[in-house]
Design a protein around this ligand. Sequence first.
Ligand SMILES: [Zn+2]
Length: 251
Amino acid sequence: MDERIKQIRELLDGIEKDIDTGEDKAFVRNFDAFELPNIISNIVQYLQPILKPYEACIYWHMFNKAILRTGQQSCRVSSYSLQNGVVLSRSGQSESLSQESTRIGLKGLEEKGAILKSGETNREGTLYKVLLPEEIPACLIIMKNAIKSPVVNSVNEKKEMDFYNITENRLQIFERDEYRCHYCNKQLTRFTATLDHIQPVSEGGDNSADNLITACLHCNSRRGSRPVMDMIQLPGTSTSQQLEIYSHGHL
Ligand SMILES: [Zn+2]
């Protein structure tokens, strides 16, 4: 009898695993390692300020479990699994959170739109989708305000502003260039766009808006400090032909 129950349990576990894989596939988004610093910075800037301490801890735990560990936006957690090893309790006297604290934390994250319940609960917990700031309405409002706030009055003032290091200013350049790579015209997102100096800093170029253009990471790193005109893709040339042009100056 015991043996049969064991077999049935194993079968059920197998079925559950299959279901999990099916559910998880819905959220596969191949996160590029290059995107992560930006994503993390946006979470700290735009999501964390609207979270309570336990909510923030639980969110980072789930972010790690989902996006960093699997490259997917979903993970399964139970209130029980969050009680140990996520963060000390508020008083610091107990090493584990109460079941109530984790339940309230999960509920708070759901209400703020930071996580989304996306599957049935099984013995390993509930399947959640972990959302990123660009997908969370409350964060989008903060982001929009952050972009609006720098007021540009005169050309001189504009020149003085650092459009390279200040995130809100960077976004203005991306918007000006409609999130397209200046070199290959690839459509980019806030997470994949990078800024390139027209006149390299090493040659006296500054961080003014006039000296910066939107580029994909590929073109940006390929360009190094070559003059911009060398990089613009000539119509009807392949990448290998382009490389020829770069190394010899002509086809
Ligand atoms: Zn490009």
